[in-house]
Design a protein around this ligand. Structure first.
Ligand code: AP5
Length: 216
């Protein structure tokens, strides 16, 4: 199963992708997570990426494409993968098509999580993530039992640098201008499915699984 997750910042791509990893045992490839890891390690790539991420802009395609190509070539991607946050514009989508054609593997599905724009700000400003295990919380919708501590492992919760109101506005603008056109791109290829991303996380997950069961 090879799929691309589409959806605005805060639509729940990461939340749902993690559940799919647990259920289907295929890796989640999040370009945002890969970039944040490079930033944390202080690599040259991370230093270059940080300036863009802090402003809420897209990191240049040249940086992201190399990273994705390397990751897709790893053994665990042979049985499938979930691309989360990639592609982000038409140039990246075309580059992905080329990469997969060279590897002789087709993309099965582009899954678009649809959430009204008005809901996204609260989801993003309220997001908290565990430093140790990556479990996600939301102080408005799904708070941890103890403030600032992970329910699962007791790790410390943090807020992402780009989850400030001003940066979120820019990310949403960038999404509208550069990423939203991918809905049309994949629709024309006949592999787009749209799922409502509002409601409970489990309800949304059931709708996604129902679609995936049909293409398995
Ligand atoms: P990235 O890390 O990809 O962030 P994003 O696309 O902005 O998406 P998010 O991770 O913010 O949201 P999500 O949809 O995963 O939502 P989540 O599940 O966390 O990108 C960050 C930056 O990296 C970019 O701005 C760019 O600079 C760079 N970058 C990354 N990829 C790139 C690329 N390909 N090219 C160039 N640059 C790139 O959920 C959000 C919150 O909502 C959580 O608190 C969660 O608990 C809550 N929530 C989830 N579902 C629900 C629900 N059903 N009801 C209520 N709350 C919910």
């Amino acid at each position: 199963m090879r799929l691309v997750f589409l959806g605005a910042p805060g639509a729940g791509k990461g939340t749902q992708a993690k559940k799919l990893v647990e259920k289907y045992g295929i890796p989640q490839i999040s370009t945002g997570d890969l970039l944040r890891a490079a930033v944390a390690q202080g690599t040259p790539l991370g230093k270059e990426a940080k300036a863009y991420m802090d402003k809420g802009e897209l990191v240049p395609d040249s940086v992201v494409l190399g990273m994705v190509k390397e990751r897709l070539a790893q053994d665990d991607c042979k049985k499938g993968f979930i691309l989360d946050g990639f592609p982000r514009n038409v140039a990246q989508a075309e580059a992905l098509d080329k990469m997969l054609a060279e590897m002789n593997i087709p993309l099965d599905l582009a899954l678009n999580l649809d959430v009204p724009f008005d809901d996204l700000m609260k989801r993003l400003t309220g997001r908290r993530t565990c430093k140790s295990c990556g479990q996600m919380y939301n102080i408005y919708f799904s708070p941890p039992k103890v403030d600032g501590k992970c329910d699962k492992c007791g790790g410390e919760l943090f807020q992402r640098d780009d989850d400030k109101e001003e940066t979120i506005r820019k990310r949403l603008e960038v999404y509208r201008a550069q990423t939203e056109p991918l809905i049309d791109y994949y629709s024309k290829k006949g592999i787009l499915k749209t799922v409502s991303g509002t409601g409970s996380i489990d309800e949304i997950f059931s709708s996604i699984c129902a679609i995936l069961e049909k293409i398995k």
